[in-house]
Ligand binder design. Structure first.
Ligand code: NAD
Length: 496
């Protein structure tokens, strides 16, 4: 990996991408993009309004209905997606540098956790483009009845700031492979890599209108997309609060379909026979990777009372040694939080933990040592003696704050694990494989990891139970969200 500090950032043009053209917004307006590690301005990008979104949706509609995309063979579509994947992979360091500067995550994590997985997801779905098959249905005769799987149409992809490249690719891969066209609305906090990816799509040769990028705020740009009567589907990753707005917008417009990937409060359940060394490291990275700004962060560690003191002690010692600092320094383990507002939210949860009687074991404050004073750094924070009903054990903090909770037995662990509104992910640490599988069935979440955490593969679906969402990203199951089924009936002669 190149030393990030030797690279020169390649910023995207400050333009919207609509209908294959880089254009200025209809009404002049900008949003400022800031580096959370230094507090310095990076650049301005356009702040789109409803008029820009409307232009982008019209372009996407044209490309879908009558443009080259609608007539393109599936294998050609696949080749274009693969080209985009290849270009992204080739420029992974260039993208990761911009992502790291814009998001505050380390350069290393920007490559390994964001840009490289994004390229891999595009590659995975490129292969699916000519493998989406219909089926012949065994109806009572005399009929030949088959089911066509057709793209849903124009997709609005609304993505958050924590994995801007990767999560965008989670939407683009299956949408494009299915034959949909897309209007992307990245987070106002991290719009740069979406603009860069849009430019790569032009370079790859995507026809105009297939992939459009409108940068702007949730309101008006995101709202305009969500309310647009000619958008067939919104594929969203973000907060439950925004998801509810999207549902209302769908209800008040054209009942557009929704895929929702939302928050989590994922438990890591540690039984007394677990491999401690591996589990400690996994629990540590489970919460502190990407600064805790991960939807499936293992933000609750549930430890059997017999093992609690030893396990939480080791975890705390590891956290004390964590290197927080310049995201571009290869030795840094944790970078800067995304925004002043997010840092305030994290600190207010720390206050709440203290007030409700949890024991602060490490961290708990903003890190202002040296040059970090200019940025938005937070100390890795662990609370012990957390009770399951405390706010820090119930609500998603989206920062480097871990709640450690004791349990008596497996039934008690499951009760605590399932005792929040969320159900995104969980892990179980034990050498008793049968027990682990039995517990996995009782955990109410879309992903369960056994003796591992944070493992992802494009072949495995990701998404939530309960208020963690609707539908799935990744794997062939994600394609379902971008397809609709048509049953075609042909009457056959009865006498043959
Ligand atoms: P957010 O909901 O505030 O914003 C997400 C996106 O929605 C942004 O692009 C934003 O501009 C847009 N938006 C905001 N208001 C809108 C509106 N009224 N209409 C349309 N679009 C609107 O979320 P965030 O703060 O960017 O991201 C953090 C949240 O995302 C956390 O809750 C986290 O758990 C969740 N998340 C989930 C997953 C997952 O896969 N389940 C992954 C990452 C993040």
């Amino acid at each position: 990996m190149t030393d990030a500090r030797s690279l020169t950032p390649q910023l995207p043009a400050a333009k919207l991408l609509i209908d294959g053209q880089l254009v200025d917004p209809v009404e002049a307006g900008t949003l400022t993009v800031t580096n959370p590690a230094t507090g310095e301005k990076i650049c301005d990008v356009p702040s789109a309004t409803g008029a820009d979104v409307d232009k982008a949706v019209k372009a996407a509609r044209r490309a879908f209905e009558s443009g080259p995309w609608s007539k393109m063979n599936p294998s050609e579509r696949g080749k274009l997606i693969r080209k985009l994947s290849d270009l992204l992979w080739q420029r992974r360091e260039e993208f990761a540098l911009v992502e790291s500067m814009n998001n505050g995550k380390t350069f290393r994590q920007a490559i390994t956790g964001d840009v490289a997985p994004g390229a891999a997801t595009l590659s995975y779905f490129a292969d699916w483009a000519n493998k989406i098959t219909g089926e012949v249905l065994p109806v009572d005769g005399p009929f030949l009845t088959y089911c066509l799987k057709e793209p849903v149409g124009v997709v609005g992809a609304i993505v958050p700031w924590n994995y801007p490249t990767c999560l965008l690719c989670w939407k683009l891969g299956p949408a494009l492979a299915s034959g949909c066209t897309v209007v992307v609305k990245p987070s106002e906090l991290t719009p740069l890599t979406a603009l860069k990816l849009g430019a790569l799509a032009l370079e790859a040769g995507f026809p105009p209108g297939v992939l459009n990028v409108v940068t702007g705020y949730g309101d008006p740009a995101g709202e305009a997309l969500a309310r647009h009567p000619d958008v067939d589907k919104i594929s969203f990753t973000g907060s439950g609060r925004t998801a509810r707005r999207l549902l209302q917008a769908s209800a008040n417009s054209n009942l557009k379909k929704l895929t929702l990937e939302l928050g989590g409060k994922s438990p890591q359940i540690v039984l007394p026979d677990a491999d401690f060394a591996t589990a400690v490291e996994a629990c540590f990275w489970g919460i502190f990777s990407n600064k805790g700004e991960i939807c499936n962060a293992g933000s609750r560690v549930l430890v059997h009372e017999k093992a609690y003191d030893a396990f939480v002690g080791q975890l705390t010692e590891r956290a004390k040694k964590m290197r927080v600092g310049d995201p571009l320094d290869a030795a840094t383990e944790m970078g800067a939080q995304i925004s002043p507002r997010q840092l305030e939210t994290i600190l207010s949860y720390v206050d709440s933990g203290k007030r409700q009687g949890a024991k602060l074991l490490v961290g708990g404050e903003r890190d202002t040592q040296g040059t970090k004073a200019k940025g938005l750094f937070m100390q890795p924070t662990i609370f012990g003696d957390v009770q399951p009903e405390m706010k820090i054990a119930q609500e998603e903090i989206f920062g480097p704050v871990l709640s450690c909770i004791r349990f008596r037995d497996e039934a008690h662990a499951l009760e605590i694990a399932n005792g929040t509104q969320y159900g995104l992910a969980a892990s179980i640490w034990t050498r008793d494989v049968a027990k682990a599988h039995a517990m996995a069935r009782k955990v109410k979440s879309g992903v369960v990891w056994i003796n591992c955490f944070n493992e992802f593969d494009d072949a495995a679906p990701f998404g939530g139970y309960k208020e963690s969402g609707w539908g799935r990203d990744l794997s062939h199951h994600a394609l379902e969200g971008y397809l609709q089924y048509k049953a075609v009936w042909t009457k056959l002669p009865a006498d043959l």
